[in-house]
Design a protein around this ligand. Structure first.
Ligand SMILES: Cc1cc2nc3c(=O)[nH]c(=O)nc-3n(C[C@H](O)[C@H](O)[C@H](O)COP(=O)(O)O)c2cc1C
Length: 208
């Protein structure tokens, strides 16, 4: 009798261990799948002399470092409606012009309405947004430039995130600066990676 109940207890223990093993395994698979989620990130930039383009390429590297992420890199003037609306996240980069985003980047945002008709339906709503900038001087408008990019995104009810620096990634390119350095490129990569991660976390689950 004692032997019988011990045997049943042992069987239950083995069974429950087996079930918990299966549960852990299933969770591990789904966590893996969510990391592999195919998010699409659009990196759009303006660059006249190549600095912002270099940062854009580092942002792309960072985003691509998250497995399963698709990244489209385009100059702001080349972005199509499909690029915009099919992306889960958009990261916009600008050189600092007179302590603000360049005219090309401002026109890009204006075209969300004039060319792409984002309003009144808020077609960019709940997509992830982020910014990066390059400026000639240490303190002459990089943060304002990133904040005005983020402001345009907030006006479109996007979810803005930072990375690299407090408001995004930035680099100083003129004066005493030797040009974009490794740390600034690493910040740009960190921004791209973080945007891809947040987009993967918030991506709507496809309905069955
Ligand atoms: C019209 C113009 C205005 C600029 N204004 C500023 C400025 O206000 N503050 C600053 O730090 N750099 C300023 N710059 C320097 C650029 O922001 C800097 O060189 C930037 O890295 C250029 O980016 P790009 O190589 O991608 O074109 C200005 C450059 C131009 C051409």
């Amino acid at each position: 009798m004692i032997r019988g109940s011990s045997y049943r207890l042992f069987t239950r223990l083995v069974l429950s261990l087996f079930v918990s093993f299966l549960t852990v395994d299933v969770n591990a698979v789904s966590a893996d799948e969510s990391v592999q989620a195919a998010v699409k990130v659009l990196v759009a930039y303006h660059s006249q002399s190549g600095n912002t383009e270099r940062m854009a390429e580092a942002v792309v590297e960072g985003a691509k470092s998250l497995p399963g992420t698709t990244v489209v890199l385009k100059r702001v003037g080349q972005v199509t409606a499909d690029d915009l609306f099919s992306s889960d996240a958009i990261i916009v980069g600008s050189p600092v012009y007179w302590s603000n985003m360049s005219g090309e980047v401002k026109t890009f945002f204006d075209n969300w309405q004039f060319k792409f008709g984002v309003f009144p339906d808020f077609k960019m709503k709940n997509k992830i947004g982020a910014a990066f900038a390059t400026g000639g001087q240490i303190s002459s408008g990089k943060e304002v430039t990133m904040l005005t990019i983020l402001a345009a995104m907030l006006g479109n009810q996007m979810i803005v995130v930072s990375g690299g620096g407090a408001f995004g990634a930035s680099a100083t390119t003129e004066g005493d600066s030797p040009g974009i350095d490794k740390r600034e490129l690493a910040d740009a990569q960190a921004l791209g990676r973080r945007v891809a991660e947040v987009a993967a976390m918030l991506r709507p689950t496809p309905s069955n």
